[in-house]
Design a protein around this ligand. Structure first.
Ligand code: ATP
Ligand code: MG
Ligand code: MG
Length: 555
């Protein structure tokens, strides 16, 4: 991977190191909420969090931000770990924000005892109404000045099985006139009566994001808490709670800091986990790993390499401004990487029979196919040639224009890795459809022979009719038909591209592909990059088109 010039985040880290902050230690974290699968946007955060730690000899931990039991589960935890490893990163430790519920509880009690937090018994609507606007101060809650003892008693009640959701919240007593709305007595604890995926029914009151994230950073010793730009307005509150923690522990040597970068947004897809989950739950896609999904597991199943995802993220860089990145740039990165890695093979997606009339019936021969002209070490494999072959229907025209360099009666073409052939005609059925094409081969023109040297304009791919396997091929297009579905007023379901999946059921691939596994990188020559799908079974191979050979979205 080529590293571009140093990012602004790295600049901050270098300055902090130079100033000797935090004992010259670098510690980051990647903090997914286990409420869905990770997508390429998370991959951008992963590349940053793990990349910075690696570059400055620090450590990056994986921390599951599991403070809301309503949406979180263990299936997500396991798949997130799997996807991070696949992307090529290793964490130091695995932590869970839920490991800190005791410490957070204790910190909340400390704030109450200091007179800095109170239990509010108003409804969330009432609390919202009193918030004010950025230019107008909010109204204090009637419960703002209740006695400390009462707050302690009620806060403990909040954490009982009898507590009614929404009946009480704990709020930090900060500043109802602060221009930063997050300071207007933010809610820091709420009642949730749903079992937690790790702590079960031990807790009934759960901390809010702003009362869990920075605190978890602090407890773990994180030095740089890197996140996305929507958290900029939360940063003063992050710092405020860290101030309190320092005060509580009587130390000033160490404190984490929050740094924000721009989110990754991609054209023709969405990055909201809520929307992606809806697509899955409503069967609008086949699952989180549907190859059309922007999820890491979807991209893996589609045949993207981890390297190409990292290269793409590296190429777009990290800034302070949100933008919409072109999906075509990601595809270009995939093509560039797969060109170096993919094994070249033959597949015919829309077959028509070609008969070499001067080739002896019943005879076969083994020819050699180079696996990858970009990498000699990848070696070769055998392909079988015989009298009957499959070629693409589009590669033949009975009455062809002058510039048609494929097969037409009276002209020569080369069959990849085999012979030069001259087309002699075809047979049509009553409807006028081509049923068979006829040609004669030149036995002296086999690849590698002197006779192969003459100039022939077109080279076609083919598979041997008697030595191939029938296959299903799935072609994918953009998941959404509008460029920025996330910003559209219409419901995102209405914006799905009805033609995002085309299934071809009548394809033929060379026999060699029988032993290929999902995740193997293949190039179907002249067509594109493909990988076997996990739906493949012996006798029924399924392939996903990863990306076409050229960018033809603009056609
Ligand atoms: P939700 O949709 O539930 O808010 P989220 O997409 O923010 O979730 P989290 O699991 O909370 O997902 O995010 C984990 C980390 O990944 C956070 O640091 C977050 O800032 C980062 N992240 C999420 N989406 C993107 C994105 N599109 N680009 C870059 N980083 C992202
Ligand atoms: Mg979240
Ligand atoms: Mg989030």
């Amino acid at each position: 991977e080529e590293k571009k010039s140093i990012s602004f985040v790295e600049q901050i880290v270098e300055n902090d190191l130079a100033e000797g902050k935090n004992g010259k230690r670098i510690q980051t974290r990647f903090p997914p909420e286990p409420n869905g699968y990770i997508h390429i946007g998370h991959a951008k955060a992963i590349c940053m969090d793990f990349g910075v730690a690696e570059k400055y000899n620090g450590i990056c931990n994986l921390r599951f931000d599991d403070t809301n039991p309503t949406k979180e589960n263990t299936e997500y935890v396991e798949n997130i770990m799997n996807d991070i490893k696949w992307l090529g990163f290793n964490w130091g430790n695995v932590y869970y924000a839920s490991d800190y519920f005791d410490k957070l509880w204790e910190f909340a009690i400390w704030l109450i005892e200091k007179g800095m937090a109170y239990v509010d018994e108003q409804t969330s609507e009432q609390i919202a109404e009193q918030k004010g606007t950025p230019t107008q101060p909010g109204q204090p809650s009637p419960f703002r000045d209740r006695p400390i003892e009462e707050n302690l008693k009620l806060f403990k009640q909040m954490n009982t099985p009898e507590a009614v959701e929404g009946s009480m919240v704990l709020r930090a007593k900060l500043d109802m006139a602060n221009p930063n709305m997050h300071f207007r007595d933010p809610i820091i604890y709420r009642i949730i009566q749903i079992p937690h995926h790790r702590t079960g029914t031990k807790w009934h009151a759960y901390p809010m994001y702003d009362f869990a994230h920075g605190q978890s950073d602090y407890f773990e010793g994180v030095t740089h808490s890197i996140c996305t730009l929507e958290f900029v307005p939360h940063r003063p509150l992050y710092d405020k709670f860290v101030d309190f923690l320092q005060e509580k522990e009587g130390q000033t040597e160490y404190r984490p800091r929050q740094i924000e970068f721009n989110r990754l947004n991609l054209t023709y897809t969405v990055m909201s986990k809520r929307k992606l989950k809806a697509l899955v739950d409503e069967n609008l896609v086949s699952g989180w790993n549907d190859p059309r999904m922007p999820t890491v597991c979807g991209m893996r199943r589609r045949g993207y390499s981890a390297q190409s995802i990292r290269n793409f993220i590296n190429s777009i860089g990290y800034t302070k401004f949100d933008a919409l990145n072109d999906y075509a740039l990601l595809e270009a990165a995939v093509r560039e990487d797969l060109n170096k890695k993919a094994c070249r093979v033959s597949a015919v997606l829309n077959p028509v029979k070609l008969i070499i009339t001067n080739y002896p019936e019943g005879q076969t021969e083994e020819l050699t196919a180079i696996n990858n002209p970009e990498n000699e070490a990848d070696g070769t494999h055998n392909i079988t040639f015989s009298r009957e072959l499959w070629i693409e229907r589009e590669d033949f025209m009975e009455d062809a224009p002058k510039k048609f360099f494929r097969m037409t009666p009276g002209k020569e073409v080369r069959l990849k890795n085999a012979y030069i052939i001259a087309c002699t005609g075809c047979k049509k059925n009553e409807a006028g459809e081509i049923e068979e094409i006829y040609a004669e081969y030149d036995p002296e023109s086999k690849s590698g022979m002197a006779g192969a040297d003459r100039k022939v304009k077109g080279t076609l791919h083919w598979v041997c009719a008697g030595h191939c396997i029938k296959a299903e091929v799935r072609l994918y297009d953009r998941l959404f038909s509008v460029e920025n579905p996330g910003a559209d007023e219409r419901d995102f379901r209405e914006l799905l591209n009805p033609e995002s999946l085309t299934v071809l059921n009548n394809c033929y691939v060379e026999k060699f592909l029988e032993e290929k596994q999902p995740g193997d990188f293949l190039q179907f020559q002249r067509i594109g990059y493909f990988t076997p799908d996990e739906d493949s079974k012996p006798g029924h191979l399924v392939f996903n088109r990863t990306v076409g050979l050229k960018d033809n979205w603009a056609k």
